[in-house]
Structures are given as structure tokens and as C-alpha cells.
Design a protein around this ligand. Structure first.
Ligand SMILES: *Cc1c(COP(=O)(O)O)cnc(C)c1O
Length: 343
């Protein structure tokens, strides 16, 4: 019996179109970290058939699956920057390095001259990119860049003044330059046209986080029931006996745990597993490969219970675990077979 991780490619395409329909510029797709764990090749292929031509990865080795999926036409931007050891892969998969420092801009000139490149300008996140103090010295050398980009640090809070501050700095520093510009990921794109520039770069919204009103869930996760037992009132369940049956109960043991990305912290909140439409509470601790669910109120013993579905998506699971939906997706175990539907 195996868990079933379902990835709905038509919902993914729908979500990409939601972003595309918002802006007049290019809508890219961020597929770093194996498309947030969902499979970069399948995801990039589906988005390319929906019309996406621009893809962002974080590390050079992520390009191969994307290049194979999208063919020779689309663009693959590398967020991690340019390092001499990556030149062969950059050429082979025709990757556009996003240059993050004056040194990388020099390196590009010396060993990859005429190969397309982009530049990341750091407008306040202090993480990656050319800092504003270095901008004047690099500006004259990057007029033939494919893209100048920056990244918002506080975009999950629309009211945060950092957003307008970064936007203004981006405008001021790139004023009059010819390359296309890009500032926003999913959240920034939702702010509206002022934040779109020539290209938007959504990631998490494509994968089902409700950044826009019409986003559809992409991921379904159904976990197999290994064993069912009836226990008496007062019987404890799981490590440390943190849950004790208040009445005679029926407990299902599922074959998934924190080794599969079902966070231990989920047991501190209220998580449900679903038998079709019926919610059943997670009880006790989450183990490495196992978890316990109270199914006393079900009429029939299920073979599987669903953790991610249209009742409970990546946003609500993240909230229960006090983390972010990005981590919920990236943690989804490689032990789960990925089952692509509606492709
Ligand atoms: C990850 C990332 C994105 C996508 O962000 P989401 O919040 O997932 O939409 C866009 N741009 C950069 C630079 C990133 O690192």
C-alpha cells in the first residue's frame, strides 16, 4: 500500500493563467527546488503548454529536467549566480545566469561573453544581488542584459512600507535603462500593475497557495491505513500517551510520518484527515513513518485517508504546523509516488 500524491496539472495551468491574466507583461514560472517538490520536468512541461516561456531555477543542475521538458525555445534563468565550475552546464542547457555581484559581471565578460545574462539588483533584502552602492559602477556594462530583476522581502504583508520603498529604489536605479525589468513574485504580482514591470515571477501561487482569489489546489495527498484497532475508554495512543481515549474509540494507523514531511509540529494544532467529506482528527504524536487518526465516527473502515484536498490545502496545513506552504510542499517525501493527473 502506498501513499498517493496527486498533482493536478490542469489546476497548475489554471493558476498560471490567473497570474498571466493580471498583467500585461511576461508571466514567468519559478520552478526551483524541483518545482517546490512537485517535479520540475512535469511542471515546466505543463506550464510551457499553457504558454509559459520563462522559467527560474536556483541551481545549475536543476536546468536539465526543465530544458528537456520545454525544448530548446524557452528561457531558463539561474537565480544562484555565475560560478566558473558551472560554465559547461550553463552552455549545455542554455541557462541564463543571473549575475549577483560586480565580480560575476566581470567573470561573465571574460568567459561567457555573448552568452545571455540577467542581473539581480538588491533593493533592500540584503540577500542576493548587486548592492545599490555598486550599481553605478556596473550599470554601463549591463545594457545588453536579458533582464534586470529585484525581489521584495516583505510582500506577504501588502501594507508593509518596505514594498513601496523597494519599488521606488528599483525604479530610481533602473531609470532609463533598456533591459526588461522584473520585481515581483506571487505576492507582489497581486499588488497590481505598479508592481508588474515587464515580467512577473510567480512560484507558490502556481502550486495552490491562495495568493489570488481564483487559485485552485494542485496537490492532493492520500495516505494508506495500515491497521485499525478498537480501544477502551482511558487507553493511551502513541508516544508519551499524549492522547487518551475519552470514550471507547476506533483508531486508524496511517503509513506516513515526519520522515514524509508530515511535520511533528502538526500534532500541536488541529489537523484532520478526510474520509471523502468526513473529517477525522489526528491524535497523539506524529511518528517517523506513522500517525494515528480517530475514526470512531466513520461507518466504514477506509483504506486511505486524505491529508491534502479541497477541504484542507497547503495553506491550512502550514498554518497548523506554524510554518509556510513553501515548506509543506518542499517537505513532501520522495517516498510518495507522484501521480500527475489532467495533464
Ligand atoms: C522563489 C522566488 C520567486 C517565487 O516566489 P513565490 O513567493 O513562490 O512566488 C520569485 N523570485 C525569486 C527571486 C525567488 O527567489
Amino acid at each position: 500500500m502506498r501513499a498517493d500524491l496527486t498533482i493536478d496539472l490542469s489546476a497548475l495551468q489554471h493558476n498560471w493563467r490567473c497570474f498571466r491574466d493580471l498583467s500585461s507583461g511576461v508571466t514567468a514560472a519559478v520552478v526551483k527546488a524541483d518545482a517546490y517538490g512537485l517535479g520540475a520536468g512535469k511542471v515546466a512541461g505543463a506550464l510551457a503548454s499553457a504558454g509559459a516561456c520563462d522559467f527560474f531555477i536556483a541551481q545549475t543542475q536543476e536546468a536539465e529536467a526543465v530544458r528537456q521538458a520545454i525544448g530548446s525555445g524557452g528561457k531558463i534563468y539561474l537565480l544562484g549566480g555565475l560560478f566558473a565550475g558551472d560554465i559547461d552546464l550553463i552552455k549545455r542547457d542554455n541557462i541564463i545566469p543571473i549575475l549577483n555581484t560586480p565580480e560575476q559581471i566581470k567573470l561573465h565578460k571574460s568567459i561567457l561573453n555573448n552568452h545571455p545574462f540577467a542581473v539581480h539588483l538588491d533593493t533592500g533584502m540584503n540577500r542576493l544581488g548587486v548592492s545599490p552602492v555598486d550599481w553605478a559602477s556596473v550599470k554601463p556594462h549591463i545594457n545588453n542584459a536579458d533582464l534586470i530583476m529585484s525581489h521584495l522581502s516583505n510582500a506577504e504583508d501588502k501594507t508593509d512600507s518596505m514594498n513601496t520603498h523597494q519599488r521606488k529604489l528599483f525604479m530610481d536605479l533602473t531609470d532609463g535603462m533598456t533591459p526588461p525589468r522584473s520585481l515581483s513574485a506571487s505576492y507582489g504580482t497581486a499588488f497590481g500593475a505598479d508592481f508588474h514591470f515587464d515580467m512577473t515571477r510567480p512560484g507558490i501561487g502556481l502550486y495552490g497557495s491562495a495568493v489570488l482569489p481564483n487559485i485552485k489546489p494542485v496537490v492532493g495527498l492520500s495516505l494508506p491505513v495500515l491497521q485499525v484497532r478498537k480501544i477502551a475508554k482511558g487507553a493511551p495512543v502513541g508516544y508519551d500517551g499524549t492522547w487518551v481515549a475519552p470514550v471507547p474509540s476506533t483508531i486508524a494507523t496511517l503509513n506516513a510520518g515526519y520522515a514524509d514531511g508530515i511535520f511533528y509540529a502538526l500534532a500541536r494544532g488541529e489537523l484532520h484527515l478526510f474520509a471523502d467529506e468526513i473529517a477525522c482528527p489526528l491524535i497523539g504524536r506524529v511518528s517517523m513513518d506513522l500517525m494515528s487518526v480517530d475514526i470512531s465516527h466513520l461507518a466504514e473502515t477506509p483504506t486511505h485517508l486524505s491529508l491534502l484536498n479541497h477541504h484542507q490545502g497547503i495553506d491550512s496545513v502550514a498554518k497548523t504546523a506554524q510554518t509556510i506552504p513553501y515548506e509543506v510542499l518542499c517537505a513532501l517525501s520522495q517516498r510518495y509516488a507522484r501521480n500527475y493527473i489532467n495533464g
